[in-house]
Design a binder for this molecule. Structure first.
Ligand SMILES: [Ca+2]
Length: 358
């Protein structure tokens, strides 16, 4: 027992000796005092139209000698200011919810304040005039979710449970040339064609599929890189762009299928929600608004809605105000510049010509 006690004593003394030899962890340095100030104007969540002048007023104690003020939209520097009040141009690269950030420098001290503001489109969308060109038969069983015209053929992605698939059809006759049905509990959504492959989104399965365009054989599945539904899709020549029923468009890499950024869509008054089937044409994205006979034209650089088209005249008889079988399907014909338009379970598909505002 005496020996055990001696051993224990040695062990304790060794450990206590070790701990006493350890350099003490230095206490954290006191936080560097920051410059106290507040943003008096604008107010939080204030909405302003893109390009308008925005009055800014900052407040700080008279005893503080401020050297400079740096203003930023999110991480992008907008300019340097020297007084408590000034005006800036509400012109970040894109419309939508942004962080307006000011850094106040006084000596070697700095203070930072962040204010969320909403940048709306700079002007109201223009009414886009269009004219009827032709009507073609459309398989009325197709619950249209994706529509693409590629090298003379029409490609369509269909949805609804148990009825989803991808189809290649003859535009003039509506006849199915090739098809691939989705297996299991899959609700198909938007489609795009990229480099000999057809990509198909799913509504809630959180995955997409890649098919060989010629054979329709499935080449791979990919998981969505963030939790979201999939709705409409298009391809701008660089990225896949898809909607999810909100006012945001996801930009997805064509090799990794990783979602790399989001574009917020606003008109001059509010966010534009329920974006559905999409079609990219020359710097603009045409988007069906779910449950409305309206297609909006979005500036793909800024996210601003610049035009709107009322297509009520195309809605087939019997489907006016239908709760499900709504307008949804836009495909661009690069050979003549026309748009092909259809809807869910519509018996017809229409070719229209749009008149660009002068
Ligand atoms: Ca389309």
């Amino acid at each position: 027992m005496a020996r055990f006690s001696l051993v224990m004593l040695l062990v304790i003394s060794i450990f206590s000796g070790c701990s006493s030899d350890q350099p003490a962890t230095p206490p954290p340095p006191p936080p560097k005092p920051s410059v106290p100030f507040q943003i008096v104007a604008p107010s939080s969540q204030q909405s302003i139209n893109w390009g308008d002048s925005l009055f800014v007023e900052l407040g700080w104690a008279d005893s503080i000698q401020v050297d400079s003020i740096v203003g930023m939209w999110d991480s992008e520097r907008m300019g340097t200011f020297s007084s408590k009040s000034f005006t800036i141009s509400a012109a970040p690269k894109e419309v939508g919810l942004h962080n307006l950030i000011f850094q106040v420098h006084a000596g070697d001290l700095k203070g930072t304040r962040t204010l969320p503001v909403v940048i709306l489109a700079g002007s109201a969308p223009q009414e886009i005039e269009w004219s009827f060109v032709a009507m073609y038969p459309h398989e009325k069983g197709f619950f249209t979710e994706g529509l693409v015209f590629h090298e003379g053929a029409l490609y369509e992605g269909t949805g609804d449970w148990g009825e989803s698939g991808i189809f290649k059809t003859d535009l003039r006759t509506g006849k199915i040339i090739k098809q691939q049905q989705n297996q299991g509990k899959i609700f198909g959504e938007g489609i795009s064609i990229v480099n000999g492959k057809l990509i198909q989104l799913t509504y809630q399965a959180m995955e997409g599929y890649v098919y060989d365009l010629k054979t329709f054989n499935k080449l791979q599945s990919f998981p969505y890189s963030k939790p979201t539904e999939g709705w409409g899709m298009t391809f701008d020549g660089t990225s896949l762009i898809f909607s999810n029923g909100s006012n945001r468009l996801m930009y997805m890499d064509t090799a990794s299928y990783v979602i790399q950024r989001e574009l917020q869509i606003y008109d001059h008054e509010a966010p534009v929600d329920s974006l559905n089937e999409l079609e990219y044409v020359d710097g603009f994205i045409y988007a069906n608004i779910w449950m409305r006979n309206e297609i909006v034209k979005i500036d793909a650089q800024t996210g601003a809605v610049v035009g709107t088209m009322d297509l009520t005249k195309l809605v087939p008889q019997g489907l006016v105000n239908h709760p499900a079988n709504v307008l949804n399907g836009i495909a661009y014909r690069p050979d003549n510049g026309h748009l092909l338009i259809t809807g869910k379970r519509w018996p017809s598909l229409f070719e229209i010509s749009i008149k660009e505002p002068s």
